[in-house]
Design a protein around this ligand. Sequence first.
Ligand code: SF4
Length: 417
Amino acid sequence: MSGRTLLVGGISGAHDPLLAAALRGLGVDAQPVGVPDGASLATGRSLLARGHCNPTYYLAGALVERLRREPLGPAERGARFAHLTAGSCGPCRFATYAAEYRRAISAAGLGPVPVVVIDQLAPQATAALAAIGVRLDARLLVTLGRAAIAGDALVRAGCEARPLARDPAAVDAAITRARTAIEERLAKRQALGPALAAMRQEIAVLQRAPARTLLRVRLCGEFFAAHTDGPGGYGLVRWLEERGCIVTAPVVAEWLAYLAWQARTDAARRLDLYAPDPGPRGLLGKDGPSLIRRARTVERGVGALYRRLARTAGVRAPLLDMDDLAALADPHYRSDLRAGMGHLEVGTYLAIDGDRSADLVVSVKPFGCLPSSAVSDGVLPVLARRGRVGYVAVETTGDAEAIVESRLELALERARV
Ligand code: SF4
């Protein structure tokens, strides 16, 4: 124990408290940062240079706002708090986030608060993690993964139940109770099933036949914009539900499966090299076949856990299969390209167009997101012209809600027709 409180989060109001509770269950004091809002965006923009994609501003701003709420001097704040976050070496601007968080904390005069990164592509123990009391091992990763996937089950349960409920607010209340129960269970390292099963039973008695045909919408896009339930994603799920849609939201489990799929397929391609290559993804000094087996085990484990928790919560939406998505996307956008969500959006649209499991696919990205712009504005509109399922891409800037809403209204109308 370092005696510090770790601030974690940045996914959604369902996921973040569960991640903090999971850490508490491992003996690390942790709290969620809080869902970024309009004030977070303004704070982030005031402290950082121009030119970042907007999740940087939202997340840095939320962290600064959270730290400012502690009535401590800079030195004491630096000794009592740290920010634990996921990161990667790139290739998109996600690589710069941790440096920008540090810059924002420093520019706000909040003291030497450590920002410590777990590399999402190659998690490994570091001195910085040890210094804030985090022992990075398989137990930590499994516990955090379990918390994130429980958050997925809550999000999807809400999406599937609210449009069919007599009183959507009662569904939200049941989900909030379940989230609190799961937090307690994670903190005590207990099974999560009973909390999800109780929620399913509560929600079941609230259901009724819908008064009108619901439009089925699949949400996809850049990770932050598609997952956050704050203004960073314009609250799209609720907005669509108010207009007669039933939404399938993206889930963190798909991202975790994608990371494992990347490790597996990158290693498999490298097995054919004349000599093992160095670098973070290289096989020099590593056992390639065993790395592939481990990555496959993680991918299968994520899928199995999602299916178990989703079934217990009464969620019907499946997890998309990573090999299927790559096979669908590859003729149009190479699956070995790495940035943002890679080929996932292309694969998702084509999978949904193939089985008609939605009437409309909405891709959401932050303003300034280069990888998602290439896919959602460049590749997908061409494919969607040949497809049977509607498609629209929207961009979040934090201050163009009316433009986004009018584009969506038009897309919903076309999908209904
Ligand atoms: S995917 Fe886009 S918005 Fe997200 S970090 Fe990369 S460039 Fe920024």
